[in-house]
Design a protein around this ligand. Structure first.
Ligand code: GNR
Ligand code: NI
Length: 158
């Protein structure tokens, strides 16, 4: 396992559409493990493959209940709405308010390439939308209502 470099805004890889994963192999398995480790290293609630420079439709999310891997995720249903603060590891030191659905139903493949469906509300719904947007080259900064704010980052622990 390894921590990978998170690409930041200005890097053209963040604006590209990612390709579907057709088969699981050692390389992709390693990518997923590294994405999970990289997400935890940066205290993120999610990470999408393009953020580590790989244009594949793979997302990892952990909103506090363990990591979930989504390969080729497709949002099937949304309802309601929530407006709240969002940040992105690819836009360090910034945050802004974004309106998202409050409920999302998503289908995806797991690491065994088996299809599953998952329903999420609140932060999980928000994270699913945020990560799926990454796979289509979209960043939350283009959806911010009001100003993109500066956030003072806490001193990192040694
Ligand atoms: O760590 C993250 N926090 C977050 C907060 C609100 C909505 C979405 C997110 S995802 C973000 C990590 C990230 O950049 N994922 O792409
Ligand atoms: Ni992000």
């Amino acid at each position: 396992m390894a921590i990978r470099t998170v690409r930041t805004i200005g890097d053209p890889v963040l604006l590209k559409k990612c390709k579907e994963v057709k088969e699981m192999n050692g390389r992709t398995r390693e990518l997923i493990e590294d994405m999970i480790e990289t997400m935890y290293e940066h205290d993120g609630v999610g990470l999408a493959a393009p953020q580590v420079g790989v244009l594949k439709r793979i997302v990892v999310i952990d909103v506090g209940e363990g990591p979930i891997v989504f390969i080729n995720p497709v949002i099937l249903e949304t309802s309601g709405s929530q407006c709240g603060q969002e940040g992105c590891l690819s836009v360090p030191g910034k945050a802004g308010n974004v309106t998202r659905p409050n409920y999302v139903k998503v289908k995806a493949l797991n690491e065994e390439m088996e299809e599953f469906e998952l329903e999420g509300e609140e932060l999980l719904a928000r994270a699913i939308c945020h990560e799926c947007d990454h796979l289509d080259g979209k960043l939350y900064v283009d959806m911010v209502e009001g100003e993109l704010m500066d956030v003072v980052l806490e001193e990192e622990e040694a």
